[in-house]
Design a protein around this ligand. Structure first.
Ligand SMILES: [Zn+2]
Length: 86
C-alpha cells in the first residue's frame, strides 16, 4: 500500500480556487483521482484541490465545495504554481 502524500508531487494535477495566486498559505486536500470536466469540454483527473483561506472557510472544510477556477500541473518541489508578479 502506498502512503497518502502530504503535498503535491511533480506532475500531479491540482484544482485551485480563483484566489490561489493571491495568498501563500493554501489549504489542500488529496483527492487521489477525481475526474472533472473543463468548460471547454475536456476531461481531467486531479489528485489535489487547493483553496485560499477564504474559500477554505466558505467550503466548511469540504474539498468538493471549493469553487474551482482551473487546473494546473504541479511543477516540482516549490509550493508555487503561478508566475510571480514582479
Ligand atoms: Zn479562494
Amino acid at each position: 500500500m502506498s502512503k497518502i502524500p502530504t503535498q503535491p508531487a511533480k506532475g500531479d494535477t491540482v484544482l485551485f480556487c480563483d484566489h490561489a495566486d493571491k495568498v501563500k498559505d493554501w489549504h489542500w486536500w488529496y483527492v487521489r483521482s477525481l475526474a472533472f470536466g473543463r468548460p471547454n469540454g475536456t476531461i481531467g483527473v486531479a489528485q489535489w484541490i487547493l483553496a485560499c483561506p477564504k474559500c477554505f472557510l466558505a467550503s466548511g472544510g469540504k474539498a468538493l465545495k471549493v469553487p474551482v477556477a482551473g487546473d494546473t500541473v504541479w511543477d516540482g518541489g516549490k509550493p508555487l504554481i503561478f508566475e510571480k508578479k514582479s
